[in-house]
Design a protein around this ligand. Structure first.
Ligand code: SF4
Length: 229
């Protein structure tokens, strides 16, 4: 499996914020978000080929009960189902962070952290053919429905302005079932404190009036935008 990095930190986003976790970042993604903060695992994927046994051994070397499979897009990584099963068998709590464009197909998972990509993620013309491919792939309501019907979940949206709200609410309707507001997390776009704080006021207002959850990026506050954190 092509792995960008394996590191031990605390979860900085979502319902499990603050929990010590081992992060396994697979390299490679089927999207090209313009504001991607891990381009070394998407636009220009870097990493090393590791066997499942090597990955599991590195994870189990840390004293953590929680493991996060992230990316890139972990669901396109070859062998991801087998790796997830092995980690479950080892007694680890497993979060899968995915853009929810690939069906789960029974993968072992304790928390599906779904982050569908809104229009604000679409790259410019410099992305070439990826621009159209990204836009065609980024929202898959039927796939999102499969995830939320099968696992505990959170729906996490990267928001750049209040104009994103219409697209979020349209998507929630398309997923079919009723998604409780408390499961919808709105996270300000940004890779530094100032950028994030600049979006906070309008986002907090949206949360207050619609019942959605504000989602911080604790890792930016604590460590800045650095790899391995
Ligand atoms: S889905 Fe995630 S990893 Fe892939 S390009 Fe978008 S932000 Fe980056």
């Amino acid at each position: 499996m092509f792995i960008s990095e394996i590191f031990y930190s605390i979860q900085g986003e979502g319902e499990l914020t603050g929990i010590p976790s081992v992060f396994v970042r697979t390299s490679g993604c089927n999207l090209r978000c313009t504001w991607c903060d891990t381009k070394y695992a998407s636009w220009t994927p870097e990493g090393e080929e590791l066997s499942q046994d090597e990955i599991v051994a590195r994870i189990l070397a840390y004293p953590a009960g929680h493991v996060v499979l992230t990316g890139g897009e972990p669901m396109i990584a070859k062998g991801i189902h087998e790796l997830a099963a092995a980690l479950k068998a080892a007694g680890r709590h497993l979060t899968i962070e995915t853009a929810a464009t690939v069906s789960p197909e029974g993968i072992a998972c304790d928390l599906a952290s779904l982050s569908p990509k809104l229009r604000n993620s679409t790259p410019g013309l410099e992305a070439g053919a990826w621009r159209e491919r990204h836009d065609r792939t980024r929202l898959q309501p039927e796939v999102i429905r499969q995830w939320i019907e099968s696992y505990p979940y959170q729906l996490k949206f990267v928001v750049t302005s209040g104009e994103d709200l219409d697209e979020i609410e349209s998507l929630l309707r398309q997923t079919g079932g009723r998604v409780p507001e408390s499961k919808v997390l709105l996270m300000p776009e940004g890779t530094d404190r100032n950028g994030i704080r600049g979006r906070d006021d309008s986002l907090i207002d949206i949360c207050k009036w619609h019942g959605y959850r504000y989602c911080n990026r604790l890792q930016i506050d604590l460590f800045g935008n650095r790899r391995g954190t």
